[in-house]
Each structure stands twice: as C-alpha cells, then as structure tokens.
Design a protein around this ligand. Structure first.
Ligand SMILES: Nc1ncnc2c1ncn2[C@@H]1O[C@H](COP(=O)(O)OP(=O)(O)OP(=O)(O)O)[C@@H](O)[C@H]1O
Ligand SMILES: [Mg+2]
Length: 140
C-alpha cells in the first residue's frame, strides 16, 4: 500500500522517532522507495562574500549530519534509499517533494526543534497535514 515513503527530518528527537517508524513501515510494507528530506533555511543574499560561501557550506554540512543520523535510525530497508537536501520553507519543500515524487505517505514528527512548549503540533507538521497530496503519518 505504501510503496513510496517520504520521511522528513530536522535533527529533533521527534524527527528521529519518525525515522524509526518510517524504517519499520518500509520493512513491513516491503516499500520500493524511502526518500529522506531535510530542508534548510535560505541564506540571506546580504551576507555577501566571502561569508556567503562559508554560510552555504555550514548549512549543507548541518543538513548532511541530520540526514546521516536519520539514515542510521532508519536502518536497512528493502527498497531504494534516496535523500534530498532542499533550501527553503520545510513545509513547502516536503509537500512539493511528495507531489513531484508521487509519495504514498509522508512520515513526520509531531514536533521538531522549535521551543514553543505546549503546542501539540509544530507549524511544519500543521502545514504539511493541511497541504499534503497524500496521507500523513504524524509520529508523537
Ligand atoms: N527543516 C526541516 N526539514 C525536514 N523536515 C522538517 C523540518 N522541520 C520540521 N520537519 C518535520 O516536521 C516535524 C515537526 O516539526 P515542526 O517544525 O512542525 O515542529 P517545531 O519545530 O516544534 O515547531 P515550529 O517549527 O513551528 O517552531 C519534524 O519532526 C520533522 O519531521
Ligand atoms: Mg520546526
């Protein structure tokens, strides 16, 4: 049923729990693809050289680290394991990738790195639930 799984991670505990669930789902469903997405903030153009290059490299490195920890948590999966690092709004990036790649399910955490204590759902998960082109599995 869920052949193509899209997992979104941001380096948070919830994101890693989502990674664990996505891995289990991929194994249970014998999924053909598990795609991991990490979105990072755009770098404001006014930063200017030479700092621009450092800023880009630092963000990409952070995103890579988040991706690696997610892949380690996902574990072995039967199908293809893909990853995408995208610049821009996380919710938009997740929804766009799900549409482009025709994902069958999006797996996300209920919360992320934000510090708004008390909120049940972070703003990314709220937006993804509202705009996703497919079912969304929210991991608490
Ligand atoms: N930059 C990102 N890239 C990929 N996935 C993300 C990103 N940010 C959040 N997510 C996904 O969305 C889930 C919920 O995070 P969300 O950002 O909604 O919560 P929050 O950080 O606690 O709240 P807020 O960002 O509104 O302060 C995360 O567990 C992760 O699965
Ligand atoms: Mg967040």
């Amino acid at each position: 049923m869920f052949e193509k799984i899209l997992l979104a991670v941001d380096g948070s505990e919830h994101g890693l729990r989502a990674a664990q669930v996505a891995g289990e789902l991929a194994r249970d469903m014998k999924s053909t693809e598990l795609r991991v997405v990490v979105a990072y903030d755009p770098i404001p153009p006014y930063i200017g050289d030479p700092y621009m290059q450092y800023a880009i490299e630092a963000r990409l490195k952070d995103a890579q680290t988040i991706l690696q920890s997610a892949l380690a948590t996902v574990g072995e999966v039967p199908g293809e394991l893909q990853s995408e690092l995208l610049e821009g709004s996380p919710a938009e990036a997740i929804v766009n990738v799900a549409a482009t790649r025709q994902s069958d399910v999006i797996v996300i955490g209920s919360r992320g790195l934000g510090r708004l204590a008390g909120a049940l759902l972070g703003s990314t998960s709220q937006k993804v639930i509202s705009h996703a082109p497919c079912p969304v599995l929210v991991v608490r």
